[in-house]
Each structure stands twice: as structure tokens, then as C-alpha cells.
Design a protein around this ligand. Structure first.
Ligand SMILES: [Zn+2]
Length: 357
């Protein structure tokens, strides 16, 4: 920031319009507003949340606030604001793994160290965005720690992760941790209908499909919009249908039905991410059925239509449902730990068949 701007800083005022870029997240917004008003932005922030939870938008809001020189800032209209919003500012540097590598290694952090003292191109400040910090190696995190300890003036880091538990405690201690808000299904549905035309339209024309997208989004706005605005809503429907078929086949008895069930489970999905979603739906649906059997007043998460839930619940015992929920959850955990998709499914099928019926 130039000397002139710095002396003006006291008279500048924060433009709260920037907060409209993100839905919900009132705590994050309070932090940004008070940081801006006091001119005390930290040199690094950790934004924690799943894909689609608004972490990039949060980093954008902080970068606009730090970069804009207007009296009412961020003005959202000057060249600095415009370039940052369009993602074309050369002074916002994204640090990602090289090529098709999955982990972010120490060499990537070394390249930050090499460029960190070079003056910004057209802003007064410079940003480093690390979008998948979960994938940083320990060595890379240790190298990053050195940079976080004494960054040059005007340099800011935005560290995005799914879980801050994947970061070294020393790295975590160097930057405030901001957790992105996870919305409850009803809240998310309301926000979508109010703010997004496609969502409002879908909620009218295909309410079941709309609620399925909401359910699959698991509290994340970006993920819900992705599902609704694309052919993926058809894919969402197919995931729900496969989950229902799973329970229908599981509830049928006889050797032939068993064999059919086994081959169905083994071919649930070849895609890791999609399979993870189906397994999480199976767990939710099993819990719904347990609740139905116990006459719980809790609204079902999976079954939009309570008649089909009651029919299925009548055919499967509570003990069996607990086992299904547990095995599906364990299979999902195995997948997250990078287990082979086919082997995970084969093991799941064997465990499900071991439940005496
Ligand atoms: Zn501006």
C-alpha cells in the first residue's frame, strides 16, 4: 500500500456489499468486516470446508478487501477488484500440485519462497492461494511454516482445506481457522429457492428431484448448485433409485434373490466419488428405516415418500438395518482411505450376506 493510501486508511470505510458474494456464514462475515474496519488483516487464513462450501469465495472476499484502494472498499469496480473477481489478477498466485501429482510437495512451496519477495505486478499486495492444503506433504507444510512465520509485508496466504486436521498443528497455529458454514437441508433448500432461478424452477416442477439434490449436496451451496444446474440432477435421481433398489433387493428372501443382491452390490458403481455418495445414502436410508420402525417423529432424510419407507421397514429387522448402516459407513471410510473400489464392494457384499436373515 502506498504511503498516501496508508494515511487515508483511517478515513476509509468498508463496503459491506462484498459480503453478499457469499450466502450465510455470518461469523466469517463479522470477522471480515471487523478486520477491514480495524485495518488488521492477518497475513494468513485457513478456510475449512468441503468442496462447494464457499472457501474460494471467502478467499476472494478477503483478497478484494486487502487489495482495493478505494475510499469505500472493496469497491468491486476498480481494476484491482475487477481482475480479482474475474480470476485474472497476476498477483493472486494459486499453488497446486505439479502436473498430475496428487500431493503438493516441498518444491511447490520453494517456488513460493522464490517469488515471495518479488514486488506485485499491478496491485500493492500479493496473495498465495493453496486450494487443496489437505494434500500437502509434511515437508511442504514445514517449508510453508517458515514462510508463515515471517512473511514480507503485503503478502497474504489463503489456505483452503477440507479438514484442518490434515494440517500440522504448527501450521494451524499460524493462521486463524475459519470454518465454512454447513447448512441444514431445509435451510439450504430455502436459500436456493430464494436466490437461484434454476433452483426455484426445479423446486416447482420436480420437488422430489430438487430435494434429492439438496440432500446429496450435504450442506454445501456450491455442490447443490452444481447438481441443480446440470444434467447431474438426473444422476442424483439415479443414485437415489439405486439406493432404493439396494433395500428392495436386500429385503427379498430366497437363494435367487440373495445372488441377485450380491451381484447388485458388487456393481453398485465403478466411480469412487459416486460410490461414496451411494454408501452415504444407504446409511441415511437405513437410519430412516430404523426411525420409522421406532415410530420416531424425526423427518426422514432419504425417503420423501413415507409409504415406501413403511413398506420396506416392515420387511427388514432393526438389527439388520443397524448392520447395513454400519457396513456401508465402514465401506465409505475404506474408500476415503483410498481402498480399491472393487475390493471394497466385494467385501461389503460378503459382510452384508453374513447378516443372518
Ligand atoms: Zn476496488
Amino acid at each position: 500500500m502506498s504511503e498516501e493510501k496508508r494515511t487515508l486508511a483511517g478515513r476509509r470505510s468498508f463496503n459491506s456489499k462484498v459480503l453478499d458474494l457469499l450466502w450465510g456464514n455470518s461469523l466469517l462475515k463479522r470477522i471480515l468486516a471487523s478486520t477491514a474496519e480495524s485495518g488488521s488483516m492477518c497475513h494468513a487464513y485457513i478456510f475449512e470446508g468441503p468442496h462447494g462450501s464457499g472457501r474460494h469465495t471467502a478467499a476472494l472476499m478477503f483478497s478484494l478487501t486487502a487489495a482495493c484502494g478505494a475510499d469505500t472498499f472493496p469497491c468491486l469496480a476498480c481494476e484491482a477488484c475487477r481482475k480479482l473477481k474475474e480470476g485474472i489478477s497476476p498477483d493472486l498466485i494459486t499453488v497446486s500440485p505439479e502436473g498430475d501429482k496428487k500431493t503438493l510437495g516441498v518444491e511447490a512451496v520453494r517456488s513460493i519462497a522464490e517469488s515471495i519477495y518479488i514486488a506485485p505486478n499491478d496491485l500493492d499486495v500479493k496473495f498465495y492461494l493453496i486450494p487443496d492444503a489437505d494434500n500437502m506433504t509434511i515437508q511442504a507444510q514445514n517449508a510453508l511454516l517458515k514462510l508463515l512465520e515471517e512473511p514480507p509485508r503485503g503478502v497474504y496466504f489463503f489456505i483452503l482445506c477440507e479438514s484442518a486436521a490434515n494440517l500440522l498443528p504448527t501450521v494451524r497455529s499460524r493462521a486463524p481457522l475459519i470454518k465454512m458454514q454447513k447448512f441444514a437441508d431445509a435451510e439450504l433448500a430455502g436459500l436456493l429457492v430464494r436466490h437461484d432461478k434454476n433452483a426455484a424452477k426445479m423446486s416447482e416442477s420436480d420437488h422430489t428431484g430438487f430435494m434429492r439434490c439438496v440432500r446429496l449436496a450435504d450442506g454445501s451451496v456450491g455442490r447443490a448448485l452444481e447438481l441443480i444446474g446440470s444434467k447431474k440432477s438426473a444422476a442424483a435421481t439415479s443414485l437415489f433409485e439405486r439406493t432404493e433398489s439396494f433395500f428392495r433387493l436386500f429385503s427379498s428372501t430366497g437363494a435367487e434373490a440373495r445372488a441377485k443382491f450380491t451381484s447388485f452390490v458388487i456393481s453398485l458403481s465403478e466411480d469412487r466419488e459416486e460410490l461414496g455418495e451411494i454408501l452415504s445414502l444407504i446409511t441415511s436410508a437405513a437410519r430412516d428405516l430404523i426411525a420409522v420402525k421406532g415410530n420416531s417423529p424425526v423427518p426422514p432424510l432419504f425417503f420423501a415418500d413415507s409409504a415406501s419407507a413403511e413398506e420396506l421397514a416392515g420387511k427388514i429387522t432393526t438389527r439388520e438395518l443397524f448392520a447395513v448402516a454400519r457396513y456401508a459407513e465402514e465401506a465409505r471410510a475404506d474408500l476415503m482411505a483410498n481402498a480399491n473400489v472393487y475390493l471394497t464392494l466385494a467385501a461389503l457384499a460378503a459382510r452384508l450376506n453374513s447378516i443372518s436373515r
